[in-house]
Design a protein around this ligand. Structure first.
Ligand SMILES: Nc1nc2c(ncn2[C@@H]2O[C@H](COP(=O)(O)OP(=O)(O)OP(=O)(O)O)[C@@H](O)[C@H]2O)c(=O)[nH]1
Length: 238
C-alpha cells in the first residue's frame, strides 16, 4: 500500500470513476486506470508557472486545461511501457526556496522519489537557472542521504512560445550532457505525445537504474572486492 510522506495528504484527484469516464475527454481508458500498485515515485519540480501541472495533467488526461490552481497533489497513474504495466505515483509539487537538507520538504521529496522531472520554461531564464541548481542540490542531497542515484529528466516547456524564447535548445542539451540527465523540449499546450515521451524516457532510465543496482558483481567486480579484502587484511596485520 502506498504511503505518502508525512505532512502531505495523498490526494487522489483522478478518482477511478473519473478515469473510467476518461473516454469522454479523449483519454484512453486503459492508459488512465488509477492503480494502487506502486512501481515508482516521480517528483515534478521547477519554479512557478513553468507548466508542472500542465505536463502532469496532460499525461493523465491527454488534455491541456489552461488553468490549474495551486493544489499540491500526488497522482497515481498506470500505463504500458514496452508491453509492461507501470504504476507511477507522480508528485506535482510547488516550488519552495528552501532546498536545505535536514527537515525540509525538499529533502522528503528527494528521499521519496525514484526519478525527477525538472521543468523550466524556454521563455524564462531564471527558471532554467533554477533547474541547474536543483540538479546539483538533488545530487548532493542523495549523496548526503547515502541513497542510490536516481535518474533526472530536464524538460524545457512552452515550446509553442518559441518567438519569446530566452533559453536556447542547445543550452538545455549542454546542461543535460554536463549533468548526465536526459533532455526534452515540449509544449504541454500543443502536444500529448512529447509529454508521454518524457515520462516513458524516465521510466526506462529508472528501470535501468534498478537493474544496475541489482546486477550481481561481474568477474572484474569480484576481483576488485577480493583485492580490497586482502589489502585490508594486510594493513590490519601490520
Ligand atoms: N503557451 C503555453 N502555456 C503553457 C504551457 N504549459 C503551461 N502553460 C501555461 O502556463 C501557466 C502555468 O502553468 P501551470 O501548469 O499552472 O504551471 P506550474 O509550474 O504548475 O505553476 P505553479 O502551480 O504556480 O507552480 C498556465 O497559464 C498554463 O496555461 C505550454 O506548453 N505553452
Amino acid at each position: 500500500m502506498f504511503t505518502p510522506p508525512t505532512g502531505l495528504s495523498y490526494n487522489k484527484c483522478w478518482e477511478p470513476a473519473a478515469a473510467a469516464s476518461s473516454a469522454s475527454y479523449g483519454a484512453e481508458r486503459l492508459d488512465t486506470t488509477v492503480s494502487l500498485k506502486m512501481d515508482a515515485n516521480i517528483v515534478v519540480m521547477g519554479t512557478e508557472s513553468v507548466g508542472k501541472s500542465a505536463l502532469t495533467v496532460r499525461l493523465l488526461t491527454r488534455r491541456f486545461i489552461g488553468e490549474y490552481g495551486d493544489i499540491e497533489s500526488i497522482y497515481s497513474h498506470s500505463f504500458m511501457v514496452d508491453g509492461r504495466e507501470t504504476a507511477l505515483n507522480i508528485w506535482d509539487s510547488p516550488y519552495s526556496e528552501d532546498l536545505s537538507v535536514g527537515t525540509s520538504l525538499f529533502e522528503k521529496k528527494v528521499q521519496w522519489a525514484d526519478g525527477y522531472v525538472l521543468v523550466y520554461s524556454i521563455c524564462d531564464r531564471a527558471s532554467f537557472n533554477t533547474v541547474s541548481r536543483l540538479i546539483q542540490t538533488i545530487k548532493s542531497t542523495k549523496d548526503y542521504l547515502n541513497a542510490d542515484k536516481a535518474p533526472i529528466v530536464i524538460v524545457g516547456n512552452k515550446r509553442d512560445l518559441h518567438h519569446r524564447r530566452t533559453v536556447l535548445s542547445e543550452e538545455g542539451w549542454l546542461l543535460a550532457l554536463k549533468t548526465d540527465c536526459h533532455f526534452y523540449e515540449v509544449s504541454a499546450a500543443e502536444n500529448y505525445h512529447s509529454v508521454l515521451m518524457v515520462f516513458h524516457g524516465l521510466v526506462d532510465r529508472m528501470r535501468d537504474a534498478k537493474l544496475t543496482a541489482k546486477r550481481p558483481l561481474g568477474f572484474k567486480g569480484i576481483v576488485k572486492s577480493m583485492s580490497a579484502v586482502f589489502a585490508r587484511r594486510r594493513t590490519d596485520s601490520f
